[in-house]
Design a protein around this ligand. Sequence first.
Ligand SMILES: [Zn+2]
Length: 89
Amino acid sequence: MSVSRAEACRRWLNALCEYMDGELDEELCAELERHLAECAPCTTMLETMRHTVALYRRWGRAELPEEMLQRLKSIVHSHLSSDTEASTA
Ligand SMILES: [Zn+2]
């Protein structure tokens, strides 16, 4: 295993936004969906983002503020933290 699960999750977190907007490559979509199938934190992240985006759209705002994204990411990172302690720079 060259890439830890936490490392993979961190990469996917950045792709989740594009995925939600339907802007992610088909190939990456399939890979992401495979990851989601076995990764609860990322699934939770996606669900939370979807709900939040739906609310924002209802309020007439198309995009999530950066602050909200950071908050969502930190939620997932806290789920992963047992894995990532060592790699924090
Ligand atoms: Zn994950």
